[in-house]
Write a protein that binds this ligand. Sequence first.
Ligand SMILES: NC(=O)C1=CN([C@@H]2O[C@H](COP(=O)(O)OP(=O)(O)OC[C@H]3O[C@@H](n4cnc5c(N)ncnc54)[C@H](OP(=O)(O)O)[C@@H]3O)[C@@H](O)[C@H]2O)C=CC1
Ligand SMILES: CCCCCCCC(=O)O
Length: 500
Amino acid sequence: MNSISDHAALARSMIFPHHSWIDGEDYSALSGATFDTTNPATGELLSRITACDNRDVDYAVSKARAAFDDGRWRLLAPAERKTILLRLASLLEDNSHPLAVMESLDSGKPVGECLAVDIPETIHILRWHAETIDKLYDQTAPAGNQAMAMIIREPVGVVGCVLPWNFPLLMLAWKIGPALAAGCSVIVKPAEQTSLTALRVAQLATEAGVPAGILNIVTGTGREVGEPIGLHPDIDMVSFTGSTATGRRFLRYAADSNLKRVVLECGGKNPAVVLEDAEDLDKVAGHILNGALWNMGENCSATSRLLVHSGVKDKLLAAIAAQIGEWKMGDPLDPASRLGALIGKAHFDKVNSYLALARAENLTILHGGDSEQGVCIQPTIIDGVSRDSAIFQEEIFGPVLTVTPFESIAEAITLANDTPYGLAAAVYSGNLRNALNVAKAIRAGTVTVNCFGEGDASTPFGGYKQSGFGGRDKSVFAHDQYTELKTIWIDLSAPDEGAL
Ligand SMILES: NC(=O)C1=CN([C@@H]2O[C@H](COP(=O)(O)OP(=O)(O)OC[C@H]3O[C@@H](n4cnc5c(N)ncnc54)[C@H](OP(=O)(O)O)[C@@H]3O)[C@@H](O)[C@H]2O)C=CC1
Ligand SMILES: CCCCCCCC(=O)O
């Protein structure tokens, strides 16, 4: 395993990208403007990145459209496209350590997590989608003997992917994996805070053989780049991950422009429901902490609301108290750190405002509740949170777990569903019938039973209610986002029977 000094040495020697990547090469904004990207853990400047605007988006779209129309990617033999994407995955694997350090420096994530999860999962997702290219079949309809109706999938066209900062590489892979597998041209807008690894991946994609114009990275702000992508008349669809408020804007952009397809993966306020018959509360406590604290709680599927039967609450909270010390906060480049820095000052202030609210509401703060140096927040557990509190209803996106007791399974289900969101949930029970009934009653896209996690590349990810719209990320179901269905009818009737 690499030590903190290995990571720090690599960080010192690293050359950070500072251009956008359009049509297979570096690109500087026409305005010449730049924005600073800094290390949230230290405030140190990492790179001054070109700040694009609508004119640069127009340029990127023209290149992506030309690349789509001339078929340089979508018309390649499936096995050839697969080979190129597998080559990209291998290049990422070869660059795992630098990519992990770059991701950690840019986002404040612990480098150990980047090495253990973000980078290998990114590679796995790209490989998984690459493998589908020559393995998914189209269909024929039961059209009878007089005709054949073929239902084929075609790439949707030019796709805009607007990304969040919490899993910069992984969310890139969730979008471009199926989009490139489908044969689309892609324009990615990374979050302003975390553009570096997407730019590096685009360089490696070109090295792997992805043709110019197929994968473009346009850097800049939501207003200057995200909005022109949303409004662009020649972009066929947008796949977005981020806040529900910004997701809503993309629906308006589509309505105000070309009715482009919009797929949204938005916020969550996910419950972990511990029934009275839950087994092995020490193990459950470990899952609860992981669900709430992993990635500093900057995770849309974080199970940040603990709903626990009053009969097991004290025992579970004692088990949580015994384990919370394992969540060591520290330098993101220290492999021992499980919690690093939040993404930046504005987000830190937002998370802190909820802690202030907890104090104003006289809630019991069992652990943490304070900030540390820089933009770090201690793992925090707040007890006695009622369903009408903003702390129960709103996405905090920090290492904060709320605790709410219940007396019956019916009450647990009501509490679990009592937010505008429906992304994920966890249920803990030793009784499979109870667990399954609760899992089915919770309105969420993913429910884990006696475990926590987003699942594998093979399972769809997305939300009910205000957590999502229009489709799913990951799995073969993600291919629905990036493809159009076309029906082709062929007349099979004998000449004397006439046309269909
Ligand atoms: N579902 C999830 O995984 C995520 C949820 N969130 C939630 O959102 C909250 C706010 O975080 P924030 O970073 O502001 O999230 P946003 O939803 O605002 O950002 C996500 C992406 O949308 C872009 N964007 C922002 N404003 C616009 C706009 N007007 N038009 C088009 N694109 C836009 C951003 O650009 P830019 O980089 O310039 O901001 C970024 O690329 C967090 O506290 C958390 O609750 C945040 C991130 C991920
Ligand atoms: C393998 C871990 C996947 C984490 C995905 C989180 C999704 C999100 O926050 O949008």
